[in-house]
Ligand binder design. Structure first.
Ligand code: SF4
Length: 247
């Protein structure tokens, strides 16, 4: 079954451990105000989607196998929401696992957990799992979806052996508030999760949205956060809650 891909990055150090090939798959059930990959959404006129067969992706991913081996790296499926494509990924992920390639998913957490556990989890080492906003109505307002599926899936997966790294996008005034970060940290601790990344706000999302003919939400700042503001967020996670930053 062909997979819709809008980007492939080889030699990445950003999306998981070691050297990675990152496959960006099109489609996402969320519509975050700050999305940096709006081309991943099916309605985007910016999208340049190419359909790859699973054999093509398999061959492309194996090209860098020697780099994965020396760096504890592998392949990361990102998006969009890669777990919209569980059925199409199933055989590819199993084949990669059998080839000794470590597989990670960079996910919004909004997916069919039963299908994931059945078809992909046995061959998945890592999840890079977004937690954006704990308050349900603020989450719906900023992303277009409730967070109940995301939180419930995380509760369920925290009890499995998959390695989970929580990713928190720092959006000033939306996700990067003391109250929200404390709520995320408390939730992580309640599940026994320790590892996290803070993803700094990048105002380039504003230009991307304008290019798509959309009006960016007026709450999005035009400037990045200051280093001091970022460190304040990190302080909450590291020192108040003793969590472990991954980068
Ligand atoms: S979950 Fe990620 S890809 Fe989907 S809309 Fe939000 S930021 Fe964009």
């Amino acid at each position: 079954m062909p997979l819709p891909v809008f980007d492939v990055v080889r030699g990445s150090f950003l999306d998981g451990e070691g050297i990675r090939t990152v496959i960006f798959l099109q489609g996402c059930p969320l519509k975050c105000l700050w999305c940096h990959n709006p081309e991943s959404q099916s309605s985007s006129p910016l999208r340049k989607i190419r359909y790859y067969t699973t054999d093509e992706l398999h061959e492309l991913i194996l090209r860098d196998k020697s780099y994965y081996q020396v760096s504890n790296g592998g392949v990361t499926f990102s998006g969009g929401e890669p777990l919209l494509h569980i059925q199409a990924l199933k055989d590819l992920v199993k084949a990669l696992w059998e080839d000794g390639v470590s597989v990670a998913f960079d996910t919004s957490g909004y997916f069919d957990c039963e299908a994931f556990e059945r078809d992909l989890l046995p061959h998945t080492r890592d999840l890079l799992y977004d937690l954006k906003i704990m308050d349900v109505s603020a989450h719906r307002q900023a992303t277009g979806q409730n967070n109940d599926v995301i939180l419930q899936n995380l509760r369920r997966l925290a009890e499995t052996s998959v390695h989970i790294r929580i990713r928190i996008p720092l959006i000033p005034g939306i996700t990067a508030t003391n109250e929200n970060l404390r709520a995320i940290a408390q939730f992580m601790k309640s599940l026994g999760l320790r590892n996290y990344d803070l993803i700094p706000y990048n105002p380039s999302c504003i230009d991307k949205l304008k290019k798509m003919g959309l009006t960016p939400d007026s709450s999005l700042p035009e400037q990045p956060m200051s280093r001091a503001e970022e460190l304040q967020c990190k302080e909450i996670m590291d020192h108040e809650f003793s969590l472990t930053p991954c980068r």
